[in-house]
Every structure is written in structure tokens, then in C-alpha cells.
Write a protein that binds this ligand. Structure first.
Ligand SMILES: [Zn+2]
Length: 759
């Protein structure tokens, strides 16, 4: 159903199809819907349409809907109305246009009106706003004032167009039944697929009744849509023919005169409107100027207010900053005052602590002095007892002179600590080495370094040393690096580092040829912490001030980590090293490619240190500092360093066994090589055959000697020395004749005439 259909069939525009005969309708404002009832049954009103069974409200009062209705109305208005409107829209073109083209022109004008209304939705435009001359012309042609609001125009337009409906006032001149049926038959022959149903003869009806019947048939599906449209078209065609005949009777000159009159009225109206618009524009411009002036004035006042506000804010900001500065200054003064008081307090506490420390130190000194006196008394008693025991032993047997109080010991006059080295003095092997311990130089006040790091810490001590299957001392798994914090016994004042002037010691040197111990007083400085640590001993840097200044004073001091270490062990080590040194002298005088020597060792006894046990003695083994890479070639149980397979250390041990005629074997060969390519050895061990004096707990006797020969392979040096292979000697050993030495292996000197590769 189209809107135009409903509108064309009814006097009022209603949104539902035509009702069946004997039905009527009304709009119920209270319900907000249309109500329907059959004649004579007004008490049975209903809100549903009797045909569609739908409910209907009033059409929305939208301009678009009404304009759409007006556009559709153009299809049914009288041809003379269309001609008049089209002539107003385009007077020049209309005389050449057909009736269909004129109707299309008018529809386009209505369509444009609808588009304008939709585009300017939000308000109802008036004709003046739209400014469409053709629409105004249309309104004038229809006898409507052009200045009325659009909705009024539209309602007037509707009323006018409705009054022009073709069937109004022409109901009596309806379409004949025969024409309608004949038209229908023509359609059926044109469309044979839909044969017409036979129509029963009906009495002649009014056109209104015919339309109602047509609607009813269509609503009841008695006729098809095509048949329905064809019936309508034939009815309109009949009406058009009739109206055209009426239109032809009108005098065209009268129409033209009327048209000219209307044109003049339209032009005058346009001029009046233009004048009114001009006045309105000028007035608007004047108002705009006044508003502009007012805006400028307001802007000036606003700027003045803002400037005043800024100045006020700046004044307040300055005042706040001044207050903040004063506050900060007060706080700073308070803080400084507090800091001064705190510093004073700390100073007082520090003074108190210092006084306490001094008191404690004084007490410690007194305590140490007391202990020292007690120890001296005990030592005196001990020495007297030992002397008595020694005299007893001497009377009984000729014991080994390992004790410093043995009558074999002699006392030397202390040598001056500066000047030329004494004639039998020792020349360092490395005269150009850097000072390993500058803080130990005499009168140096440098503090001692802290504990040093031992990257290869020794395993825990095991007594006796634990040897494995292959004669290699059993090494536990690698320990993580650790600091060497062991210290020697402290000095009387609680310090461990010797004082800058040095501490007083007695130095015992051994003369192998005379079998005598040389005893002299000297001053040394010993470091606080060791620089090497082994399983059994720790090694400290030491300066011996009895030597000339410079590298000659660089010594090392070794002390046992075991506080119960026997005193004799220190002296025995010196004797062993001297004995090994005498073998080395013999070895070097056989024209061999490599010179070797054992550096001289000594014992010092510290008189200013407090022994760990009452009556004990603080002893160190001392020897010159050796510069260079220290290598251990063999141990005391057949082990040979696989990383340093040398001929000379092996041949030297074999040589000592033969040279002693099978009584002593110097083993545990270790040391460095000096700048003259001379091997400098230290810390030897001597295995002794049955019946000999024992050299300490590491003297493994025949067991160790046989172990050496199990792994020893005689080399070219053994052959050069004519050594008899193996443990058992074949007769008395006679070494090769002596060869004069070009280089004193003890005193260094110029390098050998030709360099020797290590052998
Ligand atoms: Zn050999």
C-alpha cells in the first residue's frame, strides 16, 4: 500500500487501507490510535483494522511525509493546474513541453523542496528561507500566501490539492461497468497466464462505490495487483478526458492575462522582499559593529584585570620566596649548630676512647712485662737445668752440636749494619730485583699490608705427612683461595710488625767445616703477615740490618705453624742445607754444563717476641730472598716433577749417594735459577743409611733411598760423573778429577763464557 493510494481514496489522509462497506472509523485521542466499528455496533469499537488486523496511529507530522504526499498528488491533479504551475516555473519552456513533461517538471520542483527540507532538518524552513521562486510561484498559483510557515503552506497545499481530486464533485459521472470489464478483458488477453475470474452482473454504482468495491476486492485477494492498477488507470483516464474537454473551453487569452498579472505581482513582491532583506542586512551590520566594539572594550578590561592579577601573583611569589630563604637559612644555622655539637660530642668520645686505649695499652705493657719477667726467670731455670742435663750428656757421649748453648757455639762481635760486606759475606744472586717489602726498610713508617691471598692453599696438616701409593704426598682436592692470616708470636707491645728501628735477634750461622755455630746480635724487621704458606710452615718477608743496605738485606723468615715444633728442628734444617751445599760444591767442580748451589741458611731467635708457651723460644729459619720462578723437582719419596724433567737435579741426588759412599742421599731438590743460569736450591732433605744420625722426621732412611732409585733413570750427567747405577754401590766411588771453576757459584760474578741450555 502506498501513501498516495490511501490519500487518493479518502477525504482525510489516513494510514490504513479503505474500510469495508458499513464500517467507519474515528481517531481516539485518549487511546492515541484509530478505532473502528461497524454501523449500528458503535459500542463494539476496536483498535485493529477489520481487514489488516493491525493498529494505526496518526501519521507522524513530518514535513517530509507531507511533501511526499504532495509529490504524489501531482500525478492526479487536473492538467490545467499542472500547466499553470509549470508555466510559473519555466514560462519559456512550457509551450514546447508535452503534458507528461510539464507534470515531471512540477514533480521535480516538489522533489527539490523535499530535499531542501530534509537537508535543513532541525527546524521548519519557511518559503523565504528556501528562496525557491518556483515554489513561491506554486503557492501563488494555488492561492496561498507565500510568507506563511512551511507547515501551514503544506497543510494549505494539501487542502487545495485535495479539493482538486478527480472524483470530488464527479461521483455521479462514474466509469461504466462495461468499460471496466472490457478493459479487464483486454488485460487478460495480454496476460493469458492469469485468466480472469468471471464477473457476476452488478447494478450500476456510483464511482465512490466502485472504488470501495475495488479496494475490497483487492484486500480480499479477489483481484491481482495488476488488475487493480489497471482499473485505477482506466478510471483516471476517463476523468482526464472529461477535464481536458472542460479545459479546452477556457479562453486562452484570459489565462495569459491572468498570468501576466500574476507575474507582475510576483516581481513586486520580490522587490519588496529584497528591500526588506537589504534593511535587515544593514541593521545586522550595524549591530555587528556595536558588538565588535563591546568585545574590544571587554578584551581591554580583561587584559587590565589579568595584568593586575599577574603583578599581585608576582608580589606574593616574591614574598613566599623571601620567607622560604629565611626559613632555609634558619634551618641551615640549626643544622650547623647540631653538627658542631655532634662533632664536639664525637671529639669527647674519641678522647675518651683514646684514654681508654692508652690505659689498656699501659695495662697490656705491664702485663707483658710481668710475663716477660716470669719467662726470663723460667728460662733462666730452664737453661740451668738444660746446662746440667747437657753436661751430663756430654760426659756420657759426644752428642750432635745442634743446641745453641752447646760449647761448640762461639759468639761473634756484632758487625756494623752498613759499609762494605764482610769478606765471607754473601752477594745476592739477583742484585737488580725490585724490593719485595719496602715497608720493612729500616726506619720506614709504612704500615704492613693486610693478609695476602693464597691462590693454592695448603691442605690441613697431617702428622706425620701422608704419602700416597706413588710416593706423592697426598693432596686433597683443590681448596678455594683464602687469606693467609697466620702470624708469628707478637712483640711485647702487642704488635706483629717489627718496629721501624728493627727488633733485636740472635743470628746463628753454621760452619760445616769446623762444625761450629757462629752467634751474633743483630736487628731485623719481620712482616706482620706471611707471603707464602705451606702445610707445615709460613714464610715472611724480612730485612736483615746486619747486611749492607739494598738487596743484600732481603731475607725470608720461615716459622713452623706447630707451636710444639722442637727447637732442634730449626738448627737441623740449617745443618742439612750446609751439608747439601758442600755436596753441591763438589758437584760443580766436575766440569758439568750446569752449576748449582744451596743458599746459606741460618736461625734467628727473637728476644722481643712473646713465645706461645712459657719458657719457649721464638725461632725462625732465615735465608736470602730468592727471586724468580720457584720449582720443586723431586720430593723425598721418589716423586719426579713431570712438568720439569731436568737431568741436573736427578744426577745431583745420585751423586750425593755415591759421594757419601752410600750413607746419605740429598733429596727434595727445589729452587730457582739466577741471572747467571746457576741453579739456587734450598730446603733439602737428607735420607741417611742405617747407623747414621737421623735428619728429622722427614728422613725416611732406606725406605726413601730405595724409593728414589725406583724412579731414578741415570742420564748423561750421571754417566759423566761415572755414577754406579742403583742403590747398591760397586766398590768405593771415585769421582772424576776436579776442574777449576771460572765462576764462583757462591759469589755470582760475570755470566759463563758460553751460555748453557738447561740440562
Ligand atoms: Zn743416576
Amino acid at each position: 500500500f502506498s501513501l498516495s493510494f490511501w490519500w487518493c481514496g479518502m477525504e482525510e489522509v489516513v494510514p490504513f487501507p479503505s474500510l469495508p462497506p458499513n464500517w467507519t472509523y474515528a481517531y481516539s485521542a485518549s487511546v492515541g490510535k484509530y478505532v473502528f466499528w461497524e454501523h449500528g455496533a458503535q459500542h463494539l469499537t476496536r483498535t485493529t483494522h477489520p481487514l489488516t488486523m493491525l493498529q494505526y496511529s496518526k501519521l507522524p507530522p513530518s514535513a517530509e511525509g507531507v511533501i511526499a504526499a504532495a509529490i504524489s498528488a501531482v500525478d492526479v491533479v487536473e492538467p490545467w493546474v499542472v500547466n499553470a504551475v509549470a508555466s510559473l516555473i519555466s514560462p519559456q519552456a512550457v509551450p514546447r513541453m508535452t503534458a507528461v513533461e510539464q507534470r515531471a517538471l512540477v514533480k521535480a520542483a516538489f522533489q527539490k523542496l523535499a530535499v531542501d527540507i530534509v537537508e535543513s532538518s532541525g527546524r521548519r524552513p519557511s518559503l523565504v528561507d528556501i528562496g525557491q521562486a518556483e515554489l513561491k510561484a506554486l503557492a501563488i498559483a494555488l492561492g496561498i500566501e507565500s510568507e506563511v510557515p512551511l507547515e501551514h503552506l503544506i497543510s494549505s497545499l494539501m487542502a487545495k490539492v485535495g479539493s482538486l481530486q478527480p472524483f470530488r464533485g464527479n461521483v455521479a459521472n462514474g466509469v461504466g461497468q462495461a468499460d471496466l470489464v472490457g478493459h479487464h478483458n483486454n488485460q487478460s488477453t495480454a496476460v493469458p497466464a492469469t485468466p480472469p475470474a468471471p464477473q457476476p452482473p452488478q447494478p450500476r454504482q456510483s464511482k465512490r462505490q466502485l472504488i470501495a468495491k475495488l479496494n475490497e476486492d483487492f484486500n480480499n485477494r479477489v483481484i491481482t495487483k495488476e488488475q487493480y492498477d489497471t482499473a485505477w488507470a482506466s478510471m483516471f483516464q476517463e476523468v482526464k478526458v472529461q477535464k481536458a474537454q472542460e479545459f479546452g473551453q477556457v479562453d486562452p487569452s484570459l489565462l495569459a492575462q491572468q498570468q501576466r498579472l500574476k507575474d507582475e505581482q510576483f516581481k513586486m513582491q520580490q522587490q519588496r522582499e529584497e528591500q526588506a532583506r537589504q534593511v535587515a542586512r544593514e541593521q545586522a551590520a550595524q549591530e555587528e559593529k556595536m558588538r565588535e566594539a563591546a568585545r574590544e572594550q571587554a578584551a581591554r578590561e580583561q587584559a587590565a584585570r589579568e595584568q593586575a592579577a599577574r603583578e599581585q601573583a608576582a608580589r606574593e611569589q616574591a614574598a613566599q620566596e623571601q620567607a622560604a630563604r629565611e626559613q632555609a637559612a634558619r634551618e641551615q644555622a640549626a643544622r650547623e649548630q647540631a653538627e658542631r655539637e655532634q662533632q664536639l660530642q664525637q671529639l669527647r668520645e674519641l678522647q675518651q676512647l683514646q684514654e681508654e686505649a692508652q690505659q689498656q695499652q699501659q695495662m697490656l705493657k705491664e702485663k707483658n712485662a710481668t710475663r716477660r719477667r716470669e719467662q726470663e726467670q723460667q728460662e733462666q731455670q730452664e737453661r740451668e737445668r738444660q746446662r746440667r742435663d747437657e753436661e751430663l750428656r756430654l760426659r756420657q757421649s759426644s752428642a750432635m752440636p745442634t743446641h745453641p748453648d752447646h760449647p761448640a757455639f762461639t759468639t761473634a762481635i756484632p758487625e756494623p749494619a752498613s759499609g762494605q760486606p764482610e769478606g765471607a759475606g754473601f752477594i745476592p744472586f739477583y742484585p737488580h730485583h725490585s724490593d719485595p717489602a719496602p715497608h720493612l726498610n729500616q726506619n720506614s713508617t709504612q704500615p704492613a699490608p693486610g693478609p695476602r691471598l693464597n691462590r693454592n692453599p695448603p691442605p690441613p696438616p697431617s702428622r706425620p705427612p701422608n704419602f700416597g701409593e706413588a710416593g706423592i704426598p697426598e693432596l686433597p682436592k683443590q681448596l678455594p683461595p683464602q687469606l693467609m692470616t697466620f702470624t708469628a708470636p707478637p712483640l711485647a707491645n702487642g704488635e706483629y710488625l717489627s718496629p721501624p728501628e728493627g727488633e733485636l735477634v740472635t743470628k746463628y750461622s753454621y760452619n760445616l767445616k769446623t762444625g761450629q755455630w757462629l752467634k751474633k746480635q743483630t736487628r731485623v724487621r719481620i712482616d706482620h703477615f706471611p707471603f707464602q704458606e705451606g702445610t707445615l710452615r709460613c714464610v715472611f718477608y724480612m730485612k736483615d740490618f746486619s747486611e749492607p743496605k739494598g738487596p743484600w738485606q732481603d731475607y725470608v723468615a720461615k716459622i713452623s705453624k706447630d707451636p710444639d715444633e722442637p727447637v732442634a728442628a730449626y738448627f737441623q734444617d740449617v745443618q742439612m742445607q750446609a751439608l747439601a751445599g758442600s755436596y753441591a760444591e763438589e758437584f760443580c767442580q766436575r766440569g758439568l754444563p750446569k752449576l748449582i748451589s744451596y743458599i746459606p741458611a741460618a736461625v734467628i731467635e727473637c728476644h722481643e717476641r712473646i713465645p706461645s708457651k712459657p719458657g719457649g723460644r721464638v725461632l725462625f729459619n732465615v735465608e736470602p730472598y730468592m727471586y724468580g720462578q720457584f720449582i720443586k723437582y723431586t720430593n723425598n719419596y721418589g716423586w719426579i716433577n713431570p712438568g720439569a724433567p731436568r737431568h741436573t737435579p736427578q744426577a745431583f741426588s745420585h751423586f750425593t749417594w755415591c759421594m757419601s759412599q752410600g750413607t746419605q742421599l740429598v733429596i727434595d731438590v727445589q729452587g730457582t735459577t739466577d741471572h747467571n743460569n746457576v741453579d739456587r736450591y734450598t730446603d733439602p732433605q737428607i735420607h741417611t743409611a742405617r747407623g747414621q744420625d737421623n735428619f728429622g722426621k722427614a728422613d725416611l732412611r732406606e725406605d726413601g733411598i730405595k724409593k728414589f732409585f725406583e724412579t731414578h733413570q741415570c742420564n748423561q750427567i750421571c754417566a759423566q760423573l761415572q755414577l754406579s747405577p742403583g742403590y747398591h754401590l760397586t766398590g768405593r766411588y771415585e769421582p772424576p778429577p776436579r776442574t777449576p771453576l771460572h765462576l764462583s757459584h757462591l759469589q755470582g760474578g760475570p755470566p759463563p763464557a758460553s751460555p748453557h741450555s738447561p740440562t
